[in-house]
Design a protein around this ligand. Sequence first.
Ligand code: ADP
Length: 198
Amino acid sequence: MLNIVLFGPPGAGKGTQSQKLIDKYNLIHLSTGDLLRSEIAAGTALGLEAKKLMDNGLLVPDEVVIGMIENKVKENPHAAGFIFDGFPRTVPQAQGLDKLLQDNGTEISCMIALKVDDEELTKRLLLRGQTSGRPDDQNEELIRKRVEEYNTKTRPVADYYAGQGKFCAVEGIGEIEDIFQALCKQIDSLKEKQEEKK
Ligand code: ADP
């Protein structure tokens, strides 16, 4: 299986690139942000709780997102692989994901980070806020809070995968197509290594 964690701060382009990657590699896209927004739209108890935190730029509790991901992984036993987008965002989430995948006889193949600087991120998020209607993208203070959460809680997740020899990064600024090609190059070399092991 090809299980990729697409990593990067809010606004790095994870959603855009995930869409392209799932088409090319026939993977299932699991975005905790999207899953949480559909819970909110459906007005579930989980959605109501999550909304309070999301509206303040804060992370939703680890158990909540791990539970959502677990359901989705179990719903797709025959998948060729998954792209995890916006998850894991904390080290405990990464540990939870490792355990979950292990219980399902698989593992993370690689984390690929999209490198984008803070200034470009704020610009992109405010622009997205104008069209997407996402409340967390319309306020500069809230964006800063999310980037702060990312810097303190999420950045260490990269070290977690680096420690397992499963981390790589590509430049996240430039043409969408060029960034996509850089990601494909990483994934293709990963697939080759998987083939060699067989
Ligand atoms: P972005 O990548 O632009 O921050 P997302 O759609 O991934 O957007 O996430 C939006 C919000 O949803 C986050 O700011 C956070 O409140 C919540 N969220 C999403 N994924 C997680 C997660 N894995 N753990 C905790 N909270 C999450």
